[in-house]
Design a protein around this ligand. Structure first.
Ligand code: TYM
Length: 335
């Protein structure tokens, strides 16, 4: 069976970008009979950005509830919290010792932090933790430990998957065996990068997100705030590269999208366009939102699901994998 794996960092409230870029394609792929899926809450990754215990805890609950509300079946899918699998940080260290430092220097998130430092006249690496620098190695361990073949992600994560391949390959080469399967990114082209309220990529760090389960009235208000140009109703508008249109397309059928583009070119006003986008989204999200509200009110149920999955997953895959790897590198396997 093909193994599919993906994770979401628990450093905020799940947003439309997480849904369209990761949750929706992952749940769709997970339905196939010949697939074994692994979906998890990346709470170790959250520590890199969020050092607020209450926020990390709340976000973990919200993102877990979001996966379940969107249709993940925890009896058919491995659904777990990264920090419940201690074999992951152990593997992270093994991979750290084969990972090229030069490759990590080129990681987008690390480079972006230093570009900001340069712009602000600060020293290189000012404010950069070793955690941020090592982020791709932890992510590689997430993927490689379960020999995932496909990783559904948004475009921003492609480089990390390539690095996971690189580290896996180096390990295989160094120790002379097929210890790891090399993963491939799975990108849904229609939503590769969902824009946020200001037209830039929707991202927690830009504070331009639309929460996936915002109440209906808030969703309408947020959509009304999407940045558009000053073209008036009646003036033709170019759907190409337009945030409103891209958001609409990510949730619409091809026919709906084509009709929306046609209407914009024909002079549909931005106000009416926003109403149409709101109606499309609200109608799709409403049933999931109802399940989400019920789930979030019962954290004990979510906790039980996560713990049960983590325990079985460790016994089935993580512990045997680490036993094999420890032997391979000359360290005593834990008994
Ligand atoms: P994170 O938490 O930033 O985002 C989770 C997923 O949502 C996708 N995504 C988007 N997709 C389309 N448009 C957007 N605007 C948008 N914003 C976010 C991301 O591409 C991602 O798929 N490092 C990862 C979490 C992670 C992981 C892993 C993923 C940790 N280990 C192993 C896959 C495999 C991250 O921070 O994603």
């Amino acid at each position: 069976r093909t193994r599919i794996l993906t994770g979401i960092t628990t450093s905020g409230t799940p947003h439309l970008g997480n849904y369209a870029g990761a949750i929706r394609p992952a749940i769709e792929s997970g339905k196939a009979a010949d697939v074994e899926s692994f979906y998890f809450l990346a709470d170790y990754h959250a520590l890199i950005k969020a050092q607020d215990p209450a926020l990390v805890q709340r976000s973990t609950l919200e993102i877990a509830a979001a996966w379940l509300a969107c249709g993940l079946d925890p009896r058919r899918t491995w659904f777990y919290r990264q920090s419940d699998i201690p074999e992951i940080p152990e593997l992270t260290w093994f991979l750290t010792c084969v990972a090229g430092k030069g490759l990590l220097n080129r990681a987008h998130a690390y480079k972006a932090a230093n570009d900001r430092n340069a712009e602000e006249g600060l020293d290189a690496d000012a404010g950069v933790t070793a955690g941020l620098f090592m982020y791709p190695v932890l992510m590689a361990a997430d993927i490689l430990i379960f020999d995932a073949q496909r990783v559904p992600v948004g475009r921003d994560q492609i480089q990390h998957i390539e690095m996971a391949r690189d580290f896996g390959q180096r390990f295989n080469h160094t120790y002379g065996g097929e210890y790891f399967v090399l993963p491939e990114a799975q990108i849904d082209d229609s939503v590769a990068t969902l824009p946020g309220l200001d037209g830039r990529k929707m991202s927690k760090s830009y504070r331009n997100t639309i929460p996936l389960f915002a109440p209906s009235a808030e969703l309408r208000k947020l959509i009304a705030g999407i940045v558009t140009d000053t073209r008036m109703p009646g003036e033709p508008k170019d759907p190409e590269g337009n945030a409103l249109f891209e958001l609409y397309s990510a949730f619409a059928t091809a026919e709906q999208s084509a009709a929306f583009a046609h209407a914009l070119r024909g002079g549909l006003g931005w106000g009416d366009a926003k109403t149409q986008l709101f109606e499309l989204l609200d109608q799709q999200i409403a049933p999931m939102r109802e399940r989400y509200d019920a789930l979030i009110a019962d954290p004990a149920q979510i906790e039980a699901i996560l713990l049960d999955n983590a325990q079985r997953l460790r016994e089935t895959y993580a512990i045997p994998k680490l036993r094999e790897l420890r032997s391979a590198i000359g360290i005593r396997p834990l008994t």
